[in-house]
Design a protein around this ligand. Structure first.
Ligand code: NAP
Length: 463
């Protein structure tokens, strides 16, 4: 066996190791407890894949490599260390933008290098890869700008917008077909790229800011598919497998999020989410229902006697940054002998894992976090369910009102608890704009105010 053969064999072996790391990474990240190791495994896979690529392609330009590594580390490390947990969705959008641009540019350079001696099948795959890469780039940039508040989060809705968006995609595909037939064409490549970039922009600009986490998951899947297509062209197995893992996991995450929000993919992508909020006070007066408002002292009294307490965090806890004081209350009731759990709904908040991230930041032990399916059977035996800034994820209309946009969405059954305490500022509805019947039930105690302020007062009342 020659030296070159040995190096190639080692490289192929390292590719297999890298693929193993990537698979373990996904497995690890599927559970809160092992997610940290999942992250390490992903990083180890990436390093192994880079070393394998250097060996496989006999790349000796160490000057260029060091230059690229220094730039990458100089930009990536401060971002990873400084970006707050709550800004992770926009950080992820930015990573997708960079990743997809890199894939699209590598695809473009491959095409230009191989033209005109390129076969139609390779051209077609490369065109698909470039379209996905370019549209993911502009889509991710817009998602970043919306989440970061650089542009309005409102969906840009105008008559015929779906037709306009789909026409730009149609034109990109038409130029891709033209390029497959006439690969030497000078104008088809830039026009295809331009219409793909335009489609990404039009697609995401028409989606509301609150839907961006789902959009990011879908764009993640496009970027993965694009990388897998490039892997076929370059005959690089690790790129095919990593791209396929990325593509399928993004798609599965997008599906889980859409299902948990009771929406279809099409509704997220083309729905415009222009839902109107129903004025709750109007409904209250129309139907003659009343709401009982309580003080923190009232809550302190029932908490002192409670044996089982479940905290139900939602978007309002994130807005108020109340996670640390939630943990303080939990510690107090636990010290009084109560069993404490946290009920986690898959789409509570505004990004996947939003509540897990905030509660982890407040040092809440993993074993106290209970997913929806596990905690729901326990609500009938729960003395007090304390809902901190959550709304839609507790709304029984999801079970009982077929006319409600929430109907069919799985919810946390807090209404089954002996007492429900709602901490929120007003009677305003949540993301879906739907009134919550729970506010009017006799076993519900409404405590109005900013979650952090109310809970800080509650700590004072209990100590
Ligand atoms: P929600 O239904 O949006 O309700 C949040 C509640 O928090 C509001 O009713 C608001 O009432 C209250 N609030 C806001 N600021 C507060 C503060 N400073 N202190 C106390 N309360 C405050 O939230 P959710 O129950 O977490 O449900 C999440 C919703 O977002 C679902 O409809 C889901 O489909 C959607 N969504 C989730 C994701 C995801 O990935 N997690 C992505 C996109 C969309 P007041 O104004 O009266 O205080």
């Amino acid at each position: 066996m020659t030296y070159a053969d040995t190096v190639s064999l080692i490289a192929q072996g390292l590719y297999v190791v890298a693929i193993g790391f990537f698979i373990f990474s996904l497995k690890g990240m599927s559970e809160v407890g092992s997610s940290r190791y999942g992250n390490y495994s992903g990083a180890a896979g990436m390093i192994t894949a880079i070393i394998a690529t250097l060996l496989a392609y006999q790349i000796h330009r160490t000057d260029l490599l060091i230059f690229a590594l220094v730039i990458g580390v100089a930009i990536g490390s401060p971002i990873a260390l400084k970006v707050p947990m709550t800004a992770v969705p926009q950080r992820t959008a930015m990573s997708h933008a960079f990743g997809s641009l890199a894939v699209a540019l590598v695809g473009t350079s491959e095409f230009l290098q191989r033209t005109p001696n390129i076969n139609p099948a390779t051209t077609l795959v490369l065109c698909g890869e470039m379209i996905l890469g370019y549209l993911t780039f502009t889509g991710s940039c817009i998602a970043f700008a919306k989440l970061q508040g650089l542009i309005s989060g409102r969906p840009l809705v105008y008559p015929g917008r779906t037709a306009v968006s789909l026409s730009s995609l149609g034109l990109a595909v038409a130029f891709a077909i033209y390029l497959t037939i006439f690969p030497a064409s000078q104008f088809a490549l830039p026009l295809m790229a331009l219409f793909a970039l335009l489609f990404g922009f039009l697609l995401v600009i028409a989606i509301g800011g609150a839907d961006m986490p789902t959009v990011i998951a879908i764009l993640n899947s496009y970027a993965g598919l694009s990388a897998a297509a490039l892997g076929f062209v370059l005959d690089n197995r690790v790129l095919i497998v990593a791209g396929a893992l990325d593509g399928s996991s993004g798609l599965v995450l997008g599906l889980i999020m859409s299902q948990a929000m009771n929406r279809s993919f099409a509704n997220v992508l083309f729905g415009g989410v222009g839902r109107k909020a129903v004025a709750t006070t109007e409904i209250a007066s129309k139907e003659g229902r009343t709401v009982a408002s309580y003080t923190v002292e009232d809550v302190a009294t029932i908490l002192r006697d409670a044996r089982t307490v479940v905290f139900v965090p939602g978007y309002g806890m994130a807005v108020a940054q109340a996670q640390h004081v939630v943990k303080e209350i939990a510690d107090i009731v636990q010290a009084l002998g109560a069993d404490v759990k946290y009920a986690i709904h898959p789409v509570a908040g505004r990004m996947p894992g939003h509540m897990n991230v905030l509660l982890a930041e407040a040092q809440v032990p993993y074993e106290q976090l209970w997913e929806m399916d596990r905690i729901n059977p326990l609500f009938p035996e729960t003395d007090v369910a304390i809902v901190v800034g959550a709304n839609d994820v507790t709304n029984p209309a999801a079970r009982t009102r077929p006319d409600s946009p929430l109907y069919g969405m799985p919810i946390l059954n807090v209404d089954k608890a002996k007492t429900v305490v709602f901490i929120k500022r007003s009677m305003s509805p949540g993301f879906s704009g739907v009134d919550n019947e729970l506010f009017y039930l006799p076993n519900t105690m409404m405590v109005f105010g900013d979650a952090k302020k109310v809970l800080t007062d509650l700590v004072a009342a209990m100590t």
